[in-house]
Design a binder for this molecule. Structure first.
Ligand code: GTP
Ligand code: MG
Length: 203
């Protein structure tokens, strides 16, 4: 997709703050600090639209972005950062699964994992939740620039066994832009397939 405009829409802490359902939405999910915001920025070819940070676990809000006035990207809070207070950790599940379960306009969930490590228990739980709720998803293994080709191939195989299901796990790097075209193809397909009633009623 050629990117002609990107815009920060809003941060929402509660459901009341979600933007009105008008456009197909793609959600980015994963462990704290795994590289979610960097995936968003690199897909869009912009710097700093989604805020990146080397301090994990800061954001508990859902951040909405408008792309080409045609779809939303949603940067979701990261999970699994141990130094976050327990009540914040517990609210993660509620905030995020509430959004994933209820959001009618959600057409694709992109689960981001770290290509350097085995998927974590929380990665597996999220993946099971998405599957059990029949949510279309895609698995992206990021930071692939930090591995040799050999290591990457091995890790992708094991991530695919654990997480991929019918889908391939896409090797990604926000630094080299590896995987960018593949992820865009999946997004475009999900948006096209989603000619659902809520979209038609807007036309
Ligand atoms: P939270 O919002 O805190 O959960 O983090 P996040 O998942 O949005 O991660 P973010 O994009 O902020 O990236 C975390 C750190 O990893 C930053 O220091 C990034 O520069 C670095 N990083 C992200 N993606 C890549 C990548 O593909 N390659 C390399 N080498 N570094 C990356
Ligand atoms: Mg982030």
């Amino acid at each position: 997709m050629k990117i002609s405009s990107t815009e920060f829409v809003k941060s929402a802490f509660a459901e009341e703050g979600w933007p009105r359902v008008t456009l197909p939405e793609v959600a980015f999910l994963g462990r704290s600090n795994v590289g979610k915001s960097s995936v968003i920025n690199s897909l869009l070819g912009v710097r700093g639209l989604a805020r990146t940070s080397s301090t994990p676990g800061r954001t508990q809000a859902l951040n909405f972005f408008l792309i080409n006035k045609r779809l939303h990207f949603v940067d979701l809070p990261g999970y699994g950062y141990a130094r976050v207070p327990r009540d914040v950790r517990e609210s993660w599940g509620e905030i995020v699964t509430n959004y994933l379960a209820k959001r009618e306009s959600l057409v694709l969930s992109i689960q981001i994992v770290d290509s350097r490590h085995e998927p974590t228990t929380l990665d597996l739980q999220l993946r099971e939740w998405l599957q059990a709720h029949e949510k279309p998803f895609l698995t992206v293994a990021t930071k692939s620039d930090k591995l040799s080709n050999n290591e990457l191939r091995k890790n992708l195989e094991s991530a695919h066994k654990l997480l991929g299901g019918r889908n391939q796990v896409i090797a990604y790097s926000a630094v080299t832009k590896r995987g960018r075209d593949e992820v865009w193809r999946a997004i475009e397909e999900a948006v096209t397939v989603s000619q659902s009633p809520f979209l038609k009623s807007e036309k």
